[in-house]
Write a protein that binds this ligand. Structure first.
Ligand SMILES: [Zn+2]
Length: 134
């Protein structure tokens, strides 16, 4: 579905670039903190009796570690989305719905700067399709 992009008011407000940069910085800091947390959890479990699976503290550490690891994976994924959004900004394809080719409303982009589809297409999608592999 090729659509003429030029002539449309698809250029996002400068604010989006700021939002992306700010979000990127926040996520980088968060990832660093989570990495640090993972390391300290690993340290504390190494110094305790990790062989005893019935040790309630060991279970807590494993749970904590899984939580932090999941959060880190989530944040890394989100960081990739930000990077891709920045790349789309550079290429000039940012703010164009990947599904229908219509400009994505600025309000949506400001609320969700990594959005690749307009609200209508996102609703039809149900969030099941992976836009990264489109
Ligand atoms: Zn759309």
């Amino acid at each position: 579905m090729e659509q003429e992009i030029s002539g449309r008011s698809a250029v996002p407000p400068l604010a989006v670039r700021d939002v992306l940069a700010g979000e990127r910085l926040r996520l980088l800091t968060l990832c660093q903190e989570l990495n640090h947390d993972l390391e300290s959890i690993a340290d504390s479990s190494a110094s305790s009796n990790a062989d005893d699976e019935h040790d309630p503290e060991g279970a807590t550490v494993a749970y904590e570690r899984a939580q932090v690891a999941a959060l880190l994976a989530q944040s890394t994924l989100r960081l990739n989305e930000i990077d891709e959004a920045v790349q789309r900004l550079e290429r000039g394809s940012y703010g164009i719905c990947a599904s229908c080719g219509e400009p994505i409303p600025a309000e949506r982009l400001l609320a969700r700067p990594t959005a690749q589809t307009c609200i209508r297409c996102a609703a039809q999608d149900g969030g099941h399709r992976d836009p990264q592999r489109a």
